[in-house]
Design a protein around this ligand. Structure first.
Ligand code: HEM
Ligand SMILES: [Ca+2]
Length: 409
């Protein structure tokens, strides 16, 4: 009991310490794309205005008349070892497969950005809906096998208790730590959706060719301001990018037949040797706008079987997002922003962060102040992990993350 009291006090202190820097967020629950399909599996009582109530971003779920909260240590009684099991699994996998950290951080982003952190991204195609995993931006997601393994372990330990949505946020937090990023406290008690939103993925996830206005608009709809958006991009200091996502910048920028003039010339030459010219780069229709819509090579370092074709990409080269990192503490975050200032952003949408003062000021701030970045990244990841969650009686706890439970009548 004493240990629990201590943990709660520690959690409260962390939240207060982090919250000193931020206002209370007003979450916009309807993002203008709300689906007629009810992801909770419950009958919706009414359709409230998104601006009816103020919510603390950390703790209120779903847009119904009632609000249900997440809690600190939600599984304390029902599955006391849950968080320990998740943390240990990630640390163990990371030892032999460090790519799991970026894999899961990206997976979290792709889940939470589409209708909230409800593990909708993990569902297989069903009679009622198509899987988000089949949407082009998600074809190169990895690490789902590890989420499945953790889920099986938790099902053995405490069947039907720990949601896939909670596993995902906790696994991503451990991944951030493993990659050298900051710790952030998380409440739990998320529930899983009963549907997936494949069409939304195609419409709502920003493309690698997105302009700054598009990026800021998509994040603002979900309640993230410029500073928070820039801080989240710090996740691009780890992991990989396939050449296909930026090769138009090397060979045929905006259909000009020339490279992106905004790219550092030395860097451009280096990248050309890593990503030789391919047919896709020469076709403006492929290189513009479609962005993540291109098909991609299959995962090369994970054992998932999420239906990816093995030779979709025209150019399946891979570049380390931390390319040219010299190592050291600043690898997570700071060095990424310094490279943006040197016009060495890999993906067009990353380099867009330096295209206007309102975001460039944060790029500069994070490039020179690692502690500021760590604090802001922690806050933004907490906010992302709590975005539009299902809780209380809304949604369900799947027993297999890729399948919804049969509906109760
Ligand atoms: C405008 C917004 C964004 C765009 C267009 C974008 C696009 C991309 C692209 C094209 C890749 C390479 C994928 C591949 O080649 O397989 C990537 C990787 C990645 N993204 Fe993003 N991203 C965005 C925002 C974010 C955010 C907000 C996060 C997390 C907070 C994130 C985390 C990651 C991570 C960790 C990777 C590396 C994945 C791996 O190595 O498996 N991204 N992103
Ligand atoms: Ca989701």
């Amino acid at each position: 009991m004493e240990a629990n009291g201590f943990k709660i006090a520690l959690f409260t202190c962390l939240v207060i310490a982090l919250s000193i820097y931020i206002p209370i967020y007003r979450i916009e629950f309807h993002d203008g794309t709300y689906s007629p399909v009810n992801r909770t599996g419950e009958v919706r009582f009414s359709d409230p205005s998104p601006f009816d109530e103020d919510f603390m971003f950390t703790s209120t779920a779903e847009d119904t008349d009632q609000s249900y909260s997440l809690h600190y240590d939600y599984y304390r009684d029902s599955c006391p070892s849950a968080e320990r099991i998740i943390g240990k699994s990630i640390r163990d996998v990371y030892e032999t497969r460090p790519s799991i950290a970026p894999n899961l951080i990206r997976l979290l982003f792709h889940d939470c950005f589409i209708e909230g952190c409800d593990a909708s991204v993990l569902l297989d195609t069903d009679v009622a809906f198509a899987s988000e995993k089949e949407a082009p931006p998600n074809l190169s997601l990895k690490g789902l096998d590890v989420i499945d393994e953790i889920k099986s372990e938790l099902e053995n330990e405490c069947p039907g208790v720990v949601s896939c949505a909670d596993i995902l946020v906790l696994a991503a937090r451990e991944s951030v730590l493993m990659a050298g990023g900051p710790f952030y406290p998380l409440e739990t008690g998320r529930k899983d959706s009963v549907v997936a939103f494949k069409d939304f993925v195609e419409r709502e996830l920003p493309s690698p060719q997105a302009t700054l206005s598009e990026i800021l608009a998509r994040f603002a709809t979900r309640g993230f301001n410029e500073q928070e958006t820039v801080s989240l991009f710090g996740a691009h200091s780890i992991g990989i990018t396939h050449c296909t996502f930026f090769e138009d910048r090397l060979y045929n920028f905006s259909g000009t037949g020339k490279p992106d003039p905004e790219m550092n010339p030395g860097y451009l030459q280096e990248l050309k040797t890593k990503c030789p010219f391919s047919a896709s780069a020469s076709s403006p229709s492929q290189s513009l706008g479609t962005g993540l819509g291109q098909s991609l090579p299959a995962s090369d370092d994970s054992k998932n079987d999420y239906g990816m074709s093995s030779s979709g990409g025209n150019n399946d080269g891979v570049i380390d997002l931390s390319y040219n990192n010299e190592g050291g503490d600043e690898n997570f975050g700071t060095r990424y922003y310094r490279r943006l200032l040197q016009k060495k952003g890999l993906i067009y949408s990353d380099q867009q962060l330096t295209s206007r003062e309102e975001t460039e000021m944060w790029v500069k701030a994070y490039a020179s102040d690692p502690q500021l970045f760590r604090r802001d990244f922690a806050m933004s990841m907490m906010k992302l992990s709590n975005y539009h969650v299902l809780a209380g009686p809304l949604g369900q706890v799947r027993t297999t993350c890729s399948k919804v439970l049969p509906m109760k009548n």
